[in-house]
Design a binder for this molecule. Structure first.
Ligand SMILES: C[S@@+](CC[C@H](N)C(=O)[O-])C[C@H]1O[C@@H](n2cnc3c(N)ncnc32)[C@H](O)[C@@H]1O
Length: 235
């Protein structure tokens, strides 16, 4: 289906409100509808409360602001965040993992990818899997993959040792990304804490605002980097 907004970074509406009360009280039924698209072992994380896991927050964004544009999700693993982002059963989700990753196969629960995708499509869940080295794709490809308003990044979490997150962030700046970047695990370890502090310190020069929304995100820390200037926190 055609999406006239494709390629636009601009978040929907005049304000993008992160409403803590609404996130905490999200009805779990949309996540229950997509819970079969991750592994059985992961369902309990997907259905955990805001402040413990970040899936209610992703469901809130999807339900409240999701439009015809795709969500981008980096770090597919067993498809939990991708399914939560797609839980409005309307917005496509493009999820990315490293070229050799086959972790997502566990989410098929013994079925084939074709059957998994057919079941997903039958309920309106639209997830596209990409296995790529995002530091090697061209700027043009990167603009296509991340030419949208929300990108969730949850990858290796060692931004000094394996600087993927740092380099990816720089690439987003280089393509003029103006949407919202979600970061998982900003308090997980010293390297992530240090990187988050650097992002906070670089906000004015970088032309963005950072928000720590861990209270309604993941217990290990959830941060938002708003390049759009539209984000309003209602805590
Ligand atoms: C913490 S898990 C992601 C969990 C998932 N987003 C969720 O909430 O269900 C981290 C994933 O990032 C992937 N990853 C690590 N480095 C990556 C990279 N450079 N590009 C894409 N994915 C990467 C790993 O293969 C792993 O599956």
């Amino acid at each position: 289906m055609e999406c006239p907004l494709d390629g636009s970074f601009d978040p929907p509406g005049s304000e993008l409100i992160i409403d803590y009360a609404k996130i905490r009280s999200m009805d779990k039924s949309p996540l229950k509808l997509v819970q079969d698209f991750t592994t059985e072992q992961y369902v309990k994380f997907m259905l955990a409360d805001a402040g413990t896991e970040h899936y209610p927050f992703l469901n809130y964004l999807s339900a409240t602001y999701g439009d015809c544009r795709h969500f981008s999700d980096i770090g597919t693993r067993v498809v939990a965040s991708a399914a939560a982002l797609g839980s409005n059963l309307k917005s496509p989700v493009w999820t990315f993992d490293i070229p050799q990753s086959i972790e997502r196969h566990a989410a098929y629960r013994g079925d084939t990818e074709a059957n998994y995708q057919a079941k997903a499509k039958s309920i309106g869940l639209n997830i596209k899997f990409h296995n790529l080295d995002l530091l090697k794709v061209s700027d043009e490809e990167l603009k296509k993959y991340f030419g949208t308003w929300f990108v969730m990044l949850d990858t290796f979490h060692k931004p000094d040792t394996v600087p993927f997150e740092r380099e990816f962030f720089q690439r987003l700046l280089d393509i003029g990304f103006k949407g919202i970047l979600g970061l998982d695990d900003i308090h997980l370890n010293d390297e992530m804490k240090k990187w988050w502090k650097e992002l906070q310190d670089g906000a004015v020069v970088g032309g963005y605002t950072t928000y720590d929304i861990s209270e309604v995100g993941h217990f290990s820390g959830t941060g938002l980097v708003d390049f759009s200037g539209k984000m309003v926190i209602k805590s």
